[in-house]
Design a binder for this molecule. Structure first.
Ligand code: KG4
Ligand code: ZN
Length: 332
């Protein structure tokens, strides 16, 4: 089954053709990051406009690269929640138009479920049940994937997402937006134990809190500036990355042991972080838990992950009609 999948929940206009939920035939991404960088974050109105301009060309390119015509596509999938509402609506309406015009089924996909499904594209042996840690610019959560379309959220951030904390901390260190990847690079040359940063407590055992940690980095930088003191940026980046990776990997392992799950997956933009990948791999190996890391190219937002999850949604009968709406927030 060939699915054409569209993703437009934030600042990437993406479209992919995926076969049977496991094989990428094409995966096209038009990133708007250069433009949003000028403003230090995603400007929703600009994101929506760029999606409108790009979506048609991106979909055409995805079909062309896959070497298939729209006739040969079996279904159209689209991210319908959560995300920036104006951005989501562009993808949803484009997908609806395409599905109606071509007479194809329409499959709505939850963005976070898509992130988790990214690993299906790399690991043929990966099958539920497993535990997933999703950490991106908008989400941080630990989810029990009972089956391809059955999820139990065990914990989530009570304030900032991990990626948001990375980006705000990076900004205080004068890195461009989105700063996660710059912290990652700078951290390679730093001492992760030079700065002692707080690990905020949460009531929920598997919940996260990153707001206090983020603020402590920002305050540390401001105070140093005021006193005319030098900051060791590489070591601050390394200390911050180390702390976030410890928080995320410790809770993931705690949940894996509590629920006796033999496999863990990490997903979302922050899953590209080298410190997090190393921490999760090391701790899982110590506990004889299998680890599945998505390739860096599938960590950030893309259409292929939506096509992967869509295959299983379709099999479970989750299809929509032309009344499908988009939602800025929606639980799994
Ligand atoms: O999944 P994603 O592309 O979009 C959302 O759904 O939010 O995630 C984007 C986030 C940004 O906060 C970005 O800074 C972060 O992922 N990110 C990283 C790295 N690469 C991307 N954070 C830490 N280390 C990285 N290497
Ligand atoms: Zn995302």
């Amino acid at each position: 089954m060939k699915i054409l999948a569209i993703e437009s929940s934030c600042d990437e206009t993406a479209c992919a053709v995926v076969e049977d939920g496991r094989r990428i035939l094409s995966d096209i991404i038009a990133s708007q990051v250069d433009e949003h960088q000028l403003y230090g974050g995603v400007v929703p109105e600009i994101a929506s406009r760029r999606h409108c301009e790009n979506i048609s060309g991106v979909c055409e390119e995805a079909l062309e690269k896959a070497g298939v015509s729209l006739d040969e596509i079996d279904a159209i999938a689209v991210t319908y929640a959560p995300g920036l509402i104006g951005a989501l609506l562009v993808g949803v309406n484009f997908a609806k138009g395409m599905a109606v015009a071509a007479g194809k089924p329409l499959i709505p996909v939850h963005h976070v479920k898509g992130h988790i499904a990214a690993c299906y594209l790399t690991y043929p042996e990966l099958k539920p049940p497993f535990l997933a840690l999703t950490a991106s610019g908008g989400h941080s959560q630990i989810t029990l994937v009972n089956d391809y379309t059955s999820f139990t959220t065990l914990g989530r951030t009570i304030d900032d997402a991990a990626g948001e904390a990375f980006d705000k901390a990076a900004r205080s260190m004068n890195f461009p937006y989105p700063g996660g990847v710059f912290i990652d690079k700078a951290a390679q040359n730093g001492n992760p134990h030079l700065y002692k940063l707080p690990r905020p407590h949460t009531e929920g055992e598997f919940d996260f809190s990153f707001s206090g940690l983020k603020t402590s980095v920002i305050n540390l930088v401001h105070n140093a500036h005021q006193k005319g003191e030098e900051i060791d940026t590489a070591s601050l980046a390394a200390s911050f990355q180390f702390t976030v990776a410890e928080i995320l990997s410790d809770k993931l392992m705690l949940a894996a042991c509590r629920y006796k799950v033999g496999a863990v997956v990490i997903a979302g933009g922050v899953a590209a972080n080298s410190g997090l990948r190393a921490a999760v791999t090391e701790k899982a190996n110590e506990r004889d838990i299998k680890v599945f890391l998505p390739p860096i190219s599938l960590c950030g937002d893309n259409g292929a992950m939506i096509g992967a999850q869509a295959f299983y949604e379709f099999q479970a009968g989750n299809v929509a009609n032309s009344e499908l709406n988009a939602y800025a927030t929606l639980s799994m």
